[in-house]
Design a binder for this molecule. Structure first.
Ligand SMILES: NC(=O)C1=CN([C@@H]2O[C@H](COP(=O)(O)OP(=O)(O)OC[C@H]3O[C@@H](n4cnc5c(N)ncnc54)[C@H](O)[C@@H]3O)[C@@H](O)[C@H]2O)[C@@H](O)CC1
Length: 490
């Protein structure tokens, strides 16, 4: 699992650690880690300019500059020459670094303007430096966080300095994992986390992300439903039955893709409820499905998926599902019919436009602050909200938010959300909580998309087809982290 913490939590942990170690230790460790990282990502002797702010972020940069000055040409550009970290300034002077007043002409820039102590946005002269950098496109390495971003909210003010590589300390910060900051300001590979000993002092994270190594969650779900040792015979019913009440005459394909997502997942059986013509088409394409054309005769399920391609009867389908008192995935059109309070554990799966309608704000508002809006909706309905996006969020009140890091831009394709809803329903039916079901489904869905895409275009049906092999590999520990996303190195 990758973990991100809030600024307040990092500061509290730093204070607790600092009380136990000699003064200046943390900054020395941070600076040594930063210098090693610069060496690693920019090997050879390229000249480097360090942009140095007035706080400890600037201090980290100065000590790293002094260390690297032994090996290559290093310049220092202070934001305010009268306010630089004292011991850091002495170190760069002793090391013979040159002082400059702009990053102009340098192929490599290290951004130590502000870290977790910065208020959002860039002030003079950093705003002008950002313009120079945008024009010249040097390789930019951020110290702790790219300067200017809102670190906790992961939002982007008018001015910030995007980084091509980021070296952070102790733990991730929200802005390094969550959009829009993560996608826009943190280009390239995931940031490097330099261990400065904060671990024992950090509280539970604010944000976390599953990795290929985190298959215990999946194993725990399957342990209760799938007996791989033969001690207790596994039956389709013990694996969970997922009900799909999705699709409409206008969006018949949505029903089918939702069913295919559910079938590809971990449940043992899929029931479908819908009008006769639609049900007949589903069974034709997916003969394993048990279809019910009369909702009164729908049979027992352990979880429902409602709303994908919903159309006019989405409200009735949601009402029907809630009557069964089992967990429910509420998708697409059904999201506009949510009751004041949900009587069952629920996973709401909006995209930005749907979340905007739920909260009566604009889509732009949601896209500018996905974490804030998903959190608002999760608190408003006391439910888990899975907000679909490049980095899908799964927000549950009172628990760390999960951000999904698998996927490919090719996954932005018609029907992908229907497959995801069905897949999430299968995890719910197998006994996962809405939070785990949403994050497991998002992870598997993204990884399946990468596998199916092979770097090229995708259809949603091919994503569903790739799901079983991803679940199998993740379950038995052979999933390869390096094949889980293809936006990493852009
Ligand atoms: N506290 C510690 O023990 C450690 C801190 N570390 C570093 O210290 C950083 C935090 O240091 P600080 O708390 O001093 O805060 P920062 O250095 O992040 O920023 C605060 C300083 O920047 C100025 N400032 C704030 N917003 C600004 C803006 N928008 N534009 C320009 N200037 C702005 C403030 O006047 C203040 O002087 C971390 O991000 C990390 O890089 C590391 O050395 C690890 C240990």
């Amino acid at each position: 699992m990758l973990y991100a913490h809030t600024v307040a939590d990092v500061r509290a942990a730093e204070a607790a650690l600092m009380a136990q170690v000699p003064p200046g230790s943390l900054m020395r460790w941070a600076a040594a880690g930063l210098a090693a990282y610069v060496r690693e990502v920019v090997p050879g002797g390229s000249p480097v300019v360090f942009l140095v702010g007035t706080g400890d972020n600037g201090g980290d940069a100065l000590f790293a500059a002094a260390e690297l000055a032994r090996e290559r040409y290093v310049a220092v550009a202070p934001v305010d020459p009268s306010r630089v970290h004292g011991p850091g300034a002495e170190a760069v002077q002793a090391a013979g670094c040159r002082f400059v007043d702009s990053p102009r002409g340098f192929p490599v820039v290290v951004d130590g303007i502000v870290g977790i102590g910065g208020s959002p946005g860039l002030r003079a002269p950093a705003d002008a430096w950002a313009d120079v950098i945008a024009a010249e496109r040097p390789f930019v390495i951020a110290v702790d966080v790219p300067s200017g971003v809102d670190v906790d909210r992961a939002t982007l003010p008018a001015s910030y300095l995007p980084a091509d590589a980021t070296c952070t300390f102790g733990t991730f910060k929200n802005a390094l994992l969550v959009d829009p900051a993560a996608s826009q300001a943190v280009r390239g590979a995931l940031p490097r986390v330099v261990d400065i000993g904060l671990g024992p002092f950090l509280p539970p994270p604010s944000v976390e992300a599953l990795t290929a190594a985190d298959n215990r969650l999946l194993q725990a779900v399957l342990r209760s439903t799938l007996d791989t040792r033969g001690a207790h015979p596994t039956q389709k019913y013990t694996r969970g039955v997922v009900g799909v009440a999705a699709g409409s005459a206008a969006y018949a394909g949505a029903a089918q893709l939702c069913v295919r997502g559910a079938q590809a997942g971990v449940a043992g059986m899929v029931r479908f409820v819908g009008e006769p013509a639609l049900a007949a088409r589903i069974v034709d394409r997916c003969p394993e499905v048990v279809a019910h054309t009369d909702p009164e005769e729908r049979g027992r399920v352990q979880a429902w998926v409602v709303g994908s391609g919903g159309g006019d009867d989405a409200a009735a389908r949601l009402h029907m599902a809630l009557e069964d008192e089992v967990p429910v995935v509420v998708d697409a059109d059904a999201l506009t019919h949510l009751p004041e309070r949900l009587p069952v554990p629920a996973l709401l799966t909006p995209h930005a436009g749907e979340l905007a309608r739920m909260l009566d704000v604009s889509r732009d508002d949601v896209e500018a602050d996905p974490l804030g809006h998903a959190t608002r909706a999760a608190e408003r309905w006391e439910a888990t909200v899975l907000l679909k996006g490049v980095r899908t969020l799964v927000v549950h009140p009172g628990a760390p938010t999960r951000v999904n890091l698998t996927g490919t831009p090719w996954l932005a394709t018609a029907g992908a959300g229907d497959v995801l809803a069905g897949l999430a329903g299968s995890f719910l039916a197998a006994g996962a909580s809405p939070r785990d079901a949403g994050s497991l489904a998002a992870f598997v869905h993204g990884a399946a998309a990468v596998a199916a895409s092979g770097g090229g275009p995708l259809t949603a049906g091919r994503v569903a087809d790739a799901v079983p092999a991803v679940i199998g590999a993740w379950h038995n520990g052979t999933l390869d982290e390096s094949h889980l996303r293809d936006w990493r190195d852009r």
